[in-house]
Design a protein around this ligand. Structure first.
Ligand SMILES: *[C@@H]1O[C@H](CO)[C@@H](O)[C@H](O)[C@H]1NC(C)=O
Ligand SMILES: *[C@@H]1O[C@H](CO)[C@@H](O)[C@H](O)[C@H]1NC(C)=O
Ligand SMILES: *[C@@H]1O[C@H](CO)[C@@H](O)[C@H](O)[C@H]1NC(C)=O
Length: 394
């Protein structure tokens, strides 16, 4: 049983802590005038509520006496509900020494593991988060361009620490994405498949196998050539090529264009059951070699590529791991080659010789976030990237 004195004492401690918190808040508002204060209406001092997603949309509050009033009412609420652990939680930042990278939106809505920069890439001391409550604490913010089209005006109104770096991150080629206007002072760094971006991240990598990788076995096949395509455009080189190729060899076609939508679950089993897969890029740019190549490779099929030159591909993947459409004079010759290989298991297996030493790693956003973190740790210099549009689109 607690004595009266100790109850009184703990109550004093609670009230004392709350007063301390309040003064800290007021102090913060006073001495960090460049930061915008974004309180929530109900309980502005709790960790969860101090700045929820919605709060990021609350305009700057200039009136300090309002906040003080709210502080007092919260203080009363708190001492009524007695939550002495609050101050400890607020004060202790477990990520004090870590570099925080905020993922503004999941690229293409795809969520990835946040905790594995160290295990996947050996990059230590990163705290990746998608929690916008950490906006003010983040050292860098990753903006996937495609997902922020309508938000530029809003982003311009956010007040950010002069030390925070905003990263223009983009995965698609110039042909598939509109420019972002009014954003010339917004970003500090670029992260992209292009090797002249600040934080270069390709769509995938061929990496040495490690002990924990299972030995590779060619998956069972019941189809010869497959293609999944949604984005059909008669002007694309790939469409013309396909139309001709399919006159000489049967191509199993999937995707929205063919009325056979493939969901994420079916993608793996379908692709791995094909001997060859048409890894045809929708637009042709140097280094623009996408998941259309790396995913089928990972799944154990032989990619037939249409994109930049063979030479450019060979900078990323072993030269005997793929077929380039330019290896043949015509689609018909390619079709004949595929039929020959179909009849000759030894020839087919040669395409997988490299798998004794290597495996495929896809990236899709996660590696971007980890590399951004790595870059922020190493480079503390001031930098603004002007004319992003000119750099990327011309
Ligand atoms: C203070 O609290 C009141 C009522 O809870 C709310 O309407 C008001 O917007 C709050 N003011 C600030 C600055 O948070
Ligand atoms: C600030 O808020 C207080 C309390 O809500 C109010 O009395 C005062 O007039 C406000 N001041 C300004 C400048 O808006
Ligand atoms: C990043 O760019 C913004 C906006 O141009 C600038 O205010 C800020 O100081 C820059 N930060 C760094 C660390 O370079």
């Amino acid at each position: 049983m607690m004595s009266k004195a100790s109850i009184g004492q703990s109550r004093n401690i609670v009230i004392g802590s709350l007063l301390l918190l309040c003064s800290a808040v007021i102090f913060y508002i006073y001495y960090e005038p460049t930061m915008s204060w974004r309180p929530c209406s109900e309980t502005p001092l709790s960790k969860e509520d101090i700045c929820t997603k919605a709060c990021l949309h609350v305009p700057k509050v200039e009136n300090q006496s309002q906040i003080i009033t709210n502080c007092t009412s919260v203080q009363e609420k708190m001492s009524a509900s007695q939550s002495p652990s609050l101050e400890k939680e607020d004060a202790a930042n477990p990520h004090e020494s870590e570099t925080i990278v905020l993922i503004w939106k999941w690229p293409f809505g795809y969520q990835f593991e946040l905790e594995s920069c160290e295990s996947d890439y050996g990059i230590k001391g990163c705290h990746l988060t998608a929690d916008r409550n950490l906006f003010d604490k983040a050292h860098g913010i990753m903006f996937h361009l495609r997902d922020i089209g309508g938000e530029v005006q809003y982003l311009l109104t956010l007040s950010r620490s002069p030390r925070q770096k905003w990263v223009w991150m983009k995965m698609e080629s110039p042909a598939n994405s509109p420019q972002l206007n009014g954003a010339d002072d917004l970003f500090n760094l670029t992260s992209n498949y292009r090797r002249d971006s600040d934080i270069w991240v390709p769509y995938g990598r061929i990496k040495e196998i490690s002990d924990k990788d299972e030995p590779f076995k060619i998956p069972e096949k019941d189809k010869l050539v497959c293609w999944i395509v949604s984005n059909w455009n008669n002007n694309y080189r790939r469409v013309g090529y396909f139309n001709e190729l399919s006159q000489h060899i049967k191509v199993e076609t999937y995707g929205r264009h063919f009325g056979r939508y493939v969901n994420g679950e079916d993608y793996g089993p379908i692709v791995s059951s094909c001997k060859f897969y048409l890894s045809f890029e929708n637009s042709i740019y140097k280094d623009y070699i996408t998941e259309k190549l790396f995913s089928p490779m990972r799944l154990g099929t032989v990619p037939i590529v249409l994109g930049p030159s063979r030479e450019n591909y060979e900078e990323f993947i072993p030269k005997d791991s793929f077929i380039h459409v330019d290896d043949f004079k015509t689609p018909q010759e390619l079709a004949e080659h595929l039929k020959r290989v179909d009849q000759n298991q030894e020839m087919y297996e040669k395409y997988f010789a490299w798998r004794k030493d290597f495996a495929v790693q896809n990236t899709l956003g996660h590696e971007h976030a980890c590399r951004i973190c790595e870059h922020l740790k190493r480079h503390k210099n001031f930098k603004i990237f002007k004319n992003v549009n000119k750099w990327f689109w011309s």
